[in-house]
Design a protein around this ligand. Structure first.
Ligand SMILES: Cc1cc2nc3c(=O)[nH]c(=O)nc-3n(C[C@H](O)[C@H](O)[C@H](O)COP(=O)(O)O)c2cc1C
Length: 357
């Protein structure tokens, strides 16, 4: 008999199934977020890459597409972080996710407004710190995951974090089907979160030309971590652009960063002084080295070329290793229904296995 596998995560987020679509810059748009929520999961909108002045429009768009609760992702180093926080509170958004984090005061402000704070962490010490700062739920992202990622796989990070914090924990990094959900629940997680799997749905805004490159990649070792983009470990489908960046000298990469920084500043309406201030803020946080701060502008231009313009040769394709396990696009509705049915099947088969033994 099939069950919703209702967990505490469903209570906290107000969703039917313990399946979360994580935020992905330029990918988790209003439609993908709403489609996830309409299918019974919980979607996070990519607020970290939303243009200044456009956050409220996007939240209203999500609300026009779904009456279910949804979440918004942001980070404190984006120029319009305050705009995102204000809009989240004004529109009573159910939850926020973040990586490089808001301080205890900002988290307190969100919690006072009834917003669930659900950071993503890649190391156990970050999980402990996030809970001290007020997190209500922790998403662990194992090293298999897409985007910026750590070195510890989900199979190690998940039990480490479960043993270290008392709040509900969600497993991410390498999840793509119902077996993953059944396994995560057996570990003691309250649900799963997936990025790459939702990028590869028919509700994703990524152009077909880029999706094809994800779908034909069948070797998990060809979806690898590189430092060559912004100096931080980030996982991509290996392509021509990754190899070109890795072959560049540091001065050439620096010159490229300067060019992209000017371009980004123009688009985001941030002048040279504003950019300098932003760079100082990132440096002062102690989370990035000088080289990482200087290389950071490479990321938006190159990722947008890949996942927005759909150029799989000259752009970048951030991806988890799960892409190697995905051969076709399904809608969010089909995907979540299949995951729930597979997870139920797996859990029943497991108890039958034990009884038969
Ligand atoms: C294309 C892409 C873009 C991403 N952008 C962000 C982002 O803007 N903010 C963030 O916190 N995480 C981002 N991530 C990480 C995901 O939110 C998520 O933690 C990760 O994809 C989970 O691993 P999985 O890909 O194996 O499911 C991104 C991941 C991908 C694949």
């Amino acid at each position: 008999m099939s069950s919703d596998l209702h967990t505490i995560l469903c209570d906290k987020l107000g969703c039917r199934f313990p399946v979360v679509q994580t935020a992905m810059g330029w990918v988790a748009d209003a439609r993908l977020t709403a489609s996830t929520c309409n299918a019974g999961g919980f979607g996070f909108f990519a607020g970290a890459t939303t243009e200044p002045g456009d956050v409220e429009n996007q939240l209203l768009k999500i609300k026009s597409l779904t009456d279910r609760p949804f979440g918004v992702n942001f980070h404190m180093f984006q120029p319009n972080a305050e705009e995102v926080i204000e809009m989240v509170i004004k529109h009573k958004v159910r939850a926020v996710s973040y990586g490089r984090g808001p301080d205890a005061k900002t988290i307190g402000r969100l919690k006072d407004a009834g917003v669930i704070c659900m950071p993503t962490v890649g190391a156990v010490k970050h999980a402990v710190k996030a809970v001290e700062l007020g997190a209500d739920v922790i998403t662990v992202q194992g090293g298999e995951g897409g985007g910026h990622t750590g070195a510890v796989p989900t199979t190690i990070l998940l039990p480490q974090v479960l043993d270290s914090v008392k709040v509900p924990v969600v497993a991410a990094g390498g999840m793509f089907d119902g077996r993953g959900l059944a396994a995560a629940l057996a570990y003691g997680a309250a649900g799963i979160a997936m990025g790459t799997r939702f990028l590869l749905t028919s509700d994703s805004p990524v152009p077909r030309s880029a999706l094809e490159r994800y779908l034909v990649t069948k070797d998990p070792t060809a979806i690898r971590v590189t430092l060559a983009v912004d100096g931080l470990p980030q996982r991509f489908i290996e392509n021509e652009e990754i190899r070109r960046l890795e072959g560049m000298s540091f001065p050439a990469r620096l010159a490229m960063s300067m060019k992209y920084a000017r371009q980004w500043g123009k688009e985001a309406g941030v002048g040279p002084i504003g950019m300098m201030k932003l760079g100082m803020k990132v440096l002062a946080s102690g989370e990035n080295s000088f080289a990482q701060t200087v290389m950071a502008p490479n990321l938006p231009t190159l990722v947008q070329r890949g996942v927005v313009k759909g150029d799989p040769v000259h752009g970048l394709l951030p991806s988890g290793q799960a892409a190697a396990m995905i051969g076709k696009l399904e809608s969010c509705e089909e995907l979540i229904a299949r995951i729930m049915s597979e997870a139920n099947e797996r859990l029943s088969a497991t108890s039958a296995l034990i009884h038969a033994g």
